[in-house]
Design a protein around this ligand. Structure first.
Ligand code: GUN
Length: 283
């Protein structure tokens, strides 16, 4: 059996087209959703991500601002900027690109963002709401996975979801969102013993490890759904995920490729959250 390939790029395109229509309708009522992205320092990968967020926002009609600061920008000035954006009526979503330079406390900066503008879903208020099963802003990558499964008509109800990775940005929220969709959830991580014995019980495996070829065919139950969050480079420098795609696709029922799987969904959900924040403001 060869797995169905889940086309994240196509799903993301559909959702962005829906958002564009929604934004056009909002504009008719005098409301333009606004997103402010703040980046400090000169990490090239971060700048590439931020440029992509800016371009994607503009493409669907979101008012987009990027505030770029040098690596020696102070924590105090950054906190002031966040406060200014919290009070700016044109801005509905604020994203401070991580990582920040070492002299700036990421926790302090995230805590300073108004929860109703925290389109990354990183603020403790939004994380806490998610934990107790309430609507809030959910972290974009795991939320993108859930949306992608919905669009593919893959229900999580009663399924055993095994998440590999326990980061605050991906692993933990992926587990909580799966639970919210009535899955039975197991979280595995670097200290887990006999990982393949656990993942072989999974109906859905979500891998967010950051190591190329970490998940092999013997980790996977025949017919299982495999979601690959990894963004790694292989020995040849080519972008690849955590999953040994060529071998796993012969066992799995459905699988996301890298690139073109989860990746395009992350920015899409940032746009989704920005529109959601704007609609909440106009309601
Ligand atoms: N750095 C890498 N991914 C992300 C993300 O989703 N949000 C923010 N703010 N920074 C990141």
């Amino acid at each position: 059996m060869t797995a169905a390939i889940i086309d994240g790029k196509a799903i993301a395109k559909d959702i962005r087209a829906e958002l564009k229509e929604e934004i056009e309708a909002l504009k008719q009522t005098g409301m333009t959703p606004g997103l402010a992205v703040v980046i400090v320092g000169d990490d090239q990968a971060s700048h590439t991500y931020v440029n992509s967020k800016e371009r994607s926002s503009k493409e669907i009609g979101i008012h987009s601002e990027v505030h770029r600061y040098p690596a020696d920008y102070t924590e105090e000035k950054l906190l002031q900027k966040v406060e200014e954006l919290n009070n700016d009526d044109r801005i509905h979503g604020i994203l401070v690109q991580l990582p920040l330079p070492k002299h700036i406390s990421e926790d302090k900066v995230i805590d300073a963002i108004a929860p109703e503008k925290d389109v990354d879903g990183f603020h403790p208020v939004n994380v806490g709401k998610m934990v107790i099963g309430k609507d809030s802003f959910y972290s974009c990558t795991p939320y993108g996975i859930i949306k992608m499964l919905e669009k593919e008509n893959i229900s999580l109800e009663g399924k055993h979801v095994v998440v590999i990775g326990r980061s605050n940005i991906v692993g933990k929220p992926a587990a909580l969102l799966s639970l919210m969709h009535n899955a039975t959830v197991t979280i595995c991580h670097s200290r887990t013993k006999d990982l393949p014995a656990i993942t072989r019980q999974a109906d859905v495996v979500i891998s967010a490890v950051g190591i190329a070829n970490y998940v092999t065919a013997d980790h996977i139950k025949p017919g299982a759904v495999v979601i690959d969050v990894g963004m790694n480079r292989n020995d040849a420098g080519k972008l690849c995920g955590d999953v040994d795609f060529n071998n796993v696709k012969e066992v799995a029922g459905a699988i996301t490729p890298v690139p073109g799987g989860v990746g395009p969904m992350t920015i899409t959900m940032l746009l989704f959250n920005t529109v959601k924040a704007a609609k909440a403001k106009s309601a």
